[in-house]
Design a protein around this ligand. Structure first.
Ligand SMILES: Nc1ncnc2c1ncn2[C@@H]1O[C@H](COP(=O)(O)OP(=O)(O)OP(=O)(O)O)[C@@H](O)[C@H]1O
Ligand SMILES: [Mg+2]
Length: 273
């Protein structure tokens, strides 16, 4: 953990956050002495509010570590992270997170799963139910609100997980390989849905993925990380208009960006999807 302040208010932890995310020479080493593993080396970055950023990089390069540090779930060993004008010093509540495993509760209906953050935060349940149904509608899974997670396909479960993450209208949404376990066609559908909902919700999004196609299709900006210790090899702006359709992936402009990223991995010998 970075240095704790005496006053609770300046910390991003536990309060609503707004504004850009600023990483200043962030480093992370796990352990110490001979067993030390340097996971991240001096990363400085700024994410604008509302931006959709994808991170690609070889396995073990520190992508999840970086995300966890921004979310305040992992200590930094160098540098600092700010969200808006607040220093991250502990878990940031204003983030919706989605992982490869959806972590839905099998004994609660789809709607009740989406409402979980509302219960935890003591939100107005009538308003929360309305929002939950609107999100399920947007994610095209509203017809299953009364079903249970075990009655859904993997893609539908991930839509529910995204709805749950977005329920409290967080300013930030972090997704760590959310679609890795899905088949290719379902994943394509999820990519279309994700970039739609990201735009509709104006939520700053950080997506970790092993798929270069997915990164370029979904994001406004793709960060390419080197092998460990993770550093930023390339920072690419992707300004295709939205909403994006899958056909975009066949265009020369799209293919050129994918090629540029793939080349980075060929150069370093770190091949990813
Ligand atoms: N809690 C921990 N203790 C010690 N080392 C860790 C810990 N968590 C991660 N590491 C190490 O830090 C490095 C980065 O791990 P991280 O999980 O961030 O990589 P990643 O890019 O997300 O990989 P993947 O693509 O496989 O998910 C790895 O070498 C990993 O072994
Ligand atoms: Mg990871």
């Amino acid at each position: 953990m970075t240095e704790q302040t005496a006053h609770p208010s300046p910390a991003a932890s536990g309060s609503a956050t707004n504004g850009a995310i600023v990483l200043d020479q962030v480093g992370k080493t796990y352990g110490s002495g001979e067993g030390a593993v340097e996971a991240i080396r001096s990363i400085s970055l700024t994410f604008a509010q509302g931006q959709s950023v994808a991170i690609v990089g070889p396995s073990g390069c520190g992508k999840s570590t970086l995300m966890r540090m921004i979310a305040g779930l992992d200590d930094l060993t160098a540098g600092s992270i700010r969200i808006g004008d607040r220093q991250v010093t502990g878990p940031v509540r204003d983030i919706g997170v989605v992982f490869q495993r959806d972590l839905l509760l099998d004994w609660r209906s789809v709607l009740d799963n989406v409402l979980l953050p509302a219960e935890i935060r003591g939100m107005d349940m009538a308003a929360a139910s309305k929002r939950a149904m609107a999100l399920l509608e947007e994610l095209d899974v509203a017809g299953f609100a009364k079903h249970y997670p075990w009655q859904l396909s993997g893609g539908m479960r991930q839509r529910v997980a995204i709805a749950r993450a977005l329920l409290p209208s967080p300013h930030l949404m972090f997704l760590d390989e959310p679609f890795s376990a899905l088949d290719a066609m379902t994943r394509d559908q999820m990519n279309v849905l994700l970039q739609q909902i990201q735009a509709a919700e104006h939520v700053t999004t950080l997506l970790i993925t092993h798929s270069i196609l997915e990164a370029v299709f979904v994001a406004d900006r793709v960060l390419v990380m080197s092998g460990r210790p993770g550093a930023i090899l390339d920072d690419i702006t992707v300004d295709f208009p939205r909403p994006r359709k899958l056909e975009l992936r066949e265009t020369p402009a799209f293919t050129a960006i994918v090629g540029r990223i793939r080349e980075q991995f060929v150069k370093t010998g770190d091949l990813v999807g």
